[in-house]
Design a protein around this ligand. Structure first.
Ligand SMILES: [Zn+2]
Length: 432
């Protein structure tokens, strides 16, 4: 199978490190100059990009960027170029919090389509293919992201978008689709419907199924391949970073090659925030190296995986990430209950009208595990009458218990008393 950009995708690790360092320096300088969020962060910690980044590992001194930071900058505060240079805007769906809005310059769109072209080529797509894209075309990055990459490869693109499975199947038959782009579960919906309609799969032209958008397993891959008679590959994208095109599997199907010349990836322990080594399971953190309109520094994706640094038989030198195993914000488990700190934050926000600084602490009394939630309150509330404090505590405890099923112990603490690391509060501490 051809490699889309062999000079980049197969460069030596030494050369890659040099490229990463130069691009990271340029990115840090750009955000320091143009994004007040990062200028504030760097100034607070007395970090000067031109002096203080001499090797790529120096990035570990910088704090993380969170999805909350991006929500807080709604809509354009974290853009690094004036709006007139932005030619495309995408956004997360956003339920309770502000959606996360991202922008692209003309050059960003060129980079993006090129990266998606790499991923599609690695998955087997060539110019002769007819590629049917069943992702939504809208503010989310999935549909348009894959679309422009497929055009870049030179394949014939069928932008069928989501749903209407029988129509998708008619198009698949009549237009002789060779590549299906879908979520893994939708690929199986298509397989079910084909079967129900009595269509002989061998009469279709399908060769590849390119899957993304939800966690899946090797068993699902096996089923998709057996029932649709395709090679099925996994790819990874996240709109805060760029969209699809961050990483994708080659036909070795042994992990997704990270586009490391455009993204610097780290794996951290989501609780201690310590950087982990290859093979260790943790949260993926990504720094963009070439984005113009919306660069992010150490963005916590919330996606848990491992980095694979063994060489790959395909010849690409870019390291791989494993399948995404789960979300890191689901890891607080107490008495078998999964507790998502972000949801607790939302409940506290509803009660107090603004989001307080808070921390979940798991403690063990004898054989019993308990959840303690420490909430920072203003000096004024702290010195208020006991009764008002008690009402607030009861209210918080009850609302959270309704939501998670166990009653936490709420401790009101003085503003600034919860420990911070690089200016960021640790949302979970495990004392069991
Ligand atoms: Zn490979």
């Amino acid at each position: 199978m051809p490699i889309w950009e062999p000079e980049n995708e197969c460069m030596s690790r030494d050369q890659l490190r040099q490229v990463q360092l130069e691009r990271l320096q340029a990115t840090l300088n750009r955000v320091y100059k143009n994004v007040s969020f990062y200028r504030r962060m760097f100034t607070e910690m007395n970090f000067r990009p031109e002096d203080d980044l001499t090797e790529i590992g120096d990035i570990e001194r910088l704090p993380f960027t969170t999805s909350q930071d991006i929500s807080d900058s709604y809509p354009y505060e974290m853009f690094a170029v004036p709006l007139r240079e932005v030619v495309r805007v995408h956004s997360s769906s956003g339920s309770t919090a502000n959606p996360r809005v991202v922008g692209y310059t003309r050059q960003d769109l060129r980079t993006w389509s090129n990266l998606v072209a790499r991923v599609l080529s690695a998955a087997g797509v060539v110019q002769d293919d007819v590629i049917q894209i069943t992702f939504g075309y809208g503010l989310l990055t999935g549909g348009l992201g894959i679309h422009y990459g497929a055009e870049r490869v030179g394949a014939s693109v069928l932008p069928t978008s989501i749903g209407r499975t029988e129509r998708q199947i008619k198009i698949m038959q009549d237009f002789r689709t060779t590549v299906l782009v879908s979520t893994p579960s939708y690929a199986l919906v298509v397989a079910d419907r084909l079967e129900a309609m009595g269509i002989d799969i061998k009469k279709l032209s399908l060769k590849f199924c390119i899957c993304a958008g939800e966690p899946w397993t090797d068993a699902m891959r096996g089923e998709i391949e057996a029932r649709l008679l395709v090679d099925a590959t996994d790819n990874y994208g996240i709109s805060e970073v760029i969209g699809p095109g961050v990483a994708g599997e080659c036909l070795e199907k042994a992990g997704m090659h990270l586009q490391e010349d455009h993204f610097y990836a780290e794996i951290i322990d989501p609780q201690t925030q310590r950087v982990l080594g290859p093979g260790e399971e943790g949260e993926l953190v990504v720094t963009t190296l070439t984005k113009e309109a919306f660069p992010v520094i150490r963005y916590r994706t919330g996606d848990v995986c491992t980095i694979i640094d063994r060489p790959c038989a395909c010849g690409r030198t870019m390291r791989r990430i494993s399948r995404i195993m789960r979300r890191s914000d689901e890891v607080v488990v107490i008495k078998g209950i999964n507790i998502i700190p972000e949801r607790i934050g939302e409940i506290l926000e509803q009660i107090k009208g603004e989001r307080p600084v808070f921390q979940l602490v798991a403690v063990r009394h004898g054989h019993e595990d308990r959840l303690e939630i420490r909430v920072e309150v203003t000096e004024q509330l702290f010195s208020d009458r006991m009764r008002e404090q008690r009402t607030l505590v009861d209210n918080m405890s009850r609302k959270i218990a309704n939501f998670i099923g166990i009653r936490p112990q709420i401790k009101l603490v003085e503003k600034g008393s919860i420990e911070r690391e690089n200016g960021k509060v640790k949302t979970f501490v495990d004392k069991r």
